[in-house]
Structures are given as structure tokens and as C-alpha cells.
Design a protein around this ligand. Structure first.
Ligand code: AMP
Ligand code: MG
Length: 296
């Protein structure tokens, strides 16, 4: 059943995005500029997969954030990619049941977008998907019918501030949120990578995650930085190797990066939640469990 839901989910999301004017482009697998995944409180990478090709050092895609920013600025203002990501998660993450070392993001970006644009769009995509799965798919192994466990708010999904959650629940606020919420919720203002927009006056981050009950985060996104001085300052502050981001920095310096906002939805996580599955490996035909390499 999980495979059927996965196929249905991809078809639904992709069709709705195309209908609303998004261009579907193909993923990048090897490049010099992939996501540093640093600093991010949620990241836990054991190893980065690198290779030397044609005398150049490249990395396997950890996310297409850098390519998305460039594509959205120069080629098409609304785009998405069904993008494979390789992140060699620390093996202790095996026990979360929520991390795989290969997974797929539905990664989208909107020129001049903001949180409101993304919130409205994602909530509608999920509402329609859940409505259509309930209408079209039937699973006789579940007497209750599919998706009975899912509750959506009548109006917009609630919004929390990560710094406030941290103050009231301490460093493990995510566990508390996952246990206490009944519907999906947005969490905003999370300090992380240089490309998420940071308001230097208020100290607030214009970014957002979507959390679902019982499981956790299924989407991360942000408004992006586009100004050269700010990007380089943040990279240096965070100890990010500027040599890996030459083209992005060049475009920013030339004033060619456009303001944008977007997000990546973890497809396997979304399907795990939809199917109320025990863990993420139940929705991967060839599971990529941290620490485990299959013979196939
Ligand atoms: P990020 O921007 O790094 O948060 O990644 C975007 C989305 O990809 C997350 O919200 C998750 O849904 C998904 N994701 C990230 N890491 C993993 C992982 N190790 N296994 C499965 N899904 C993941
Ligand atoms: Mg995240």
C-alpha cells in the first residue's frame, strides 16, 4: 500500500505544481556547490561523498538549494525538482526510524516569494492530496480506511516560533511539539545555513519547518539571502568554505541573484505520515537505514 500512496502522492503534487505555473526541471547529482548542511541544528552527517572527476573535486548532492537559487534567479521564476539527496547520516540515527541516507525531496522555489506564499501553497497541496487519497485509494488491511489518523485544521495551520519553544520546553522542544500537536504546524525562526534569510536588526530568521504529529519535520524552507555582502559575511561567520560557492558568489556580486523563497518536502517522510507507517524504511522499496548497507 505504501508504494501505491507514494505513486499517488508524487502524481498529485507534481500535477498541481505544473497546473499552477511551475516548471519541472531535472536533478543534479554531482557538483562543486552542494548544501553545506552547516550550521543546522538538525544535521548529523558522518561523511560527505566526494569524487575527483576531470581533475575537479565534486560532491554528491545533499540538497539542490544552491542550484535552485540560481535557476530561479536566471532561468525560471517558479520551478521544482524531484531531487534525490545523499546524506550519510550518523548511524545512531537508525533508531529514529525517521532518517534515511538516501531520500527524495520535492524541492521548489518561487522568485519574490515569502512565507505567506509558501504556507498557502503547501497547505492547499496537502489538503487536496489528503482529500483525494481518501476518495480514491482503498486499503482493506486497514478497517478504518486510509488516513483516518490525519487531522487538518479548518483554517490555516498554526505557527510557532522556535526560539519561544526553546525557552518554554528547552533544547528538546521538537520532541515536545511532536508529542503534543494534533495537526501539522509551522515552526519559524530557526538559526541555520547562510542561505536562509536572517534579519540582522531583529535577529530573526525568515525560515520555516512543517511538523506533523507523532513523526516530526516533513518540510524545511525559507526566504533566501541574495545580497553578496551579507552572504559572504555569513559564510565566513559560519566557517563555510567560500571556494565551494564561487558561482553563487559571483552571481550575487553581479546583482544577479533574485530574492526568492521555497522549501523541500521529504517525500518518504510525507508518505510515512500519510500511511501511519512504523518507520521510514517501510516506504522505501530498498531501505537506506543509517548504518545498514543492503546487498542489493
Ligand atoms: P532539510 O532542508 O535539510 O531540512 O531537508 C528538507 C526535507 O528533507 C526535510 O524536511 C525532510 O522532510 C527531508 N529529509 C532531510 N533529511 C532526511 C533524511 N535523512 N531522511 C529522510 N528525509 C530527510
Ligand atoms: Mg530541516
Amino acid at each position: 500500500m505504501t508504494t501505491k500512496v507514494l505513486s499517488y502522492t508524487l502524481n498529485s503534487l507534481v500535477s498541481k505544481l505544473i497546473e499552477s505555473g511551475f516548471v519541472w526541471t531535472l536533478p543534479v547529482i554531482l557538483s562543486k556547490s552542494t548544501d553545506p548542511l552547516w550550521p543546522d541544528p538538525g544535521a548529523s552527517i558522518e561523511k560527505r561523498i566526494e569524487a575527483e572527476i576531470y581533475g575537479h573535486q565534486v560532491r554528491m548532492t545533499t540538497s539542490m538549494i544552491i542550484h535552485k537559487m540560481v535557476f530561479c534567479s536566471l532561468l525560471h521564476p517558479k520551478l521544482f525538482i524531484v531531487s534525490p539527496n545523499v546524506r550519510i547520516e550518523k548511524r545512531e540515527r537508525q533508531k529514529t526510524g525517521w532518517h534515511a541516507y538516501e531520500f527524495t525531496q520535492l524541492d521548489f522555489e518561487i522568485q519574490n516569494g515569502d512565507f505567506e506564499t509558501v504556507k498557502k501553497m503547501v497547505e492547499k497541496l496537502l489538503q487536496d492530496l489528503i482529500h483525494d487519497v481518501r476518495r480514491d485509494l482503498y486499503d482493506d488491511t486497514k478497517n478504518n480506511g486510509l488516513l483516518k489518523h490525519i487531522e487538518l485544521p479548518k483554517k490555516g495551520f498554526p505557527i510557532f516560533d522556535a526560539q519561544e519553544l526553546q525557552r518554554s520546553h528547552g533544547q528538546y522542544w521538537e520532541d515536545e511539539i511532536i508529542r503534543s500537536i494534533k495537526t501539522p504546524v509551522w515552526v519559524r525562526n530557526i538559526p541555520r545555513e547562510f542561505y536562509d534569510f536572517e534579519d540582522t536588526e531583529t535577529g530573526k530568521w525568515d525560515n520555516y519547518d512543517l511538523f506533523v504529529p507523532k513523526y516530526g519535520e516533513i518540510l524545511s524552507g525559507a526566504k533566501r539571502e541574495w545580497e553578496y555582502e551579507k552572504i559572504i559575511r555569513k559564510m565566513k561567520r559560519d566557517g563555510v568554505n567560500v571556494d565551494l560557492y564561487k558561482e553563487l558568489l559571483y552571481l550575487a556580486k553581479e546583482g544577479k541573484l533574485a530574492p526568492s523563497a521555497g522549501a523541500g518536502i521529504g517525500i518518504e517522510r510525507l508518505v510515512t505520515w500519510l500511511c501511519d507507517a512504523k518507520n521510514i524504511e517501510r516506504v522505501q522499496p530498498f531501505p537506506k537505514i543509517p548504518g545498514v548497507v543492503l546487498d542489493l
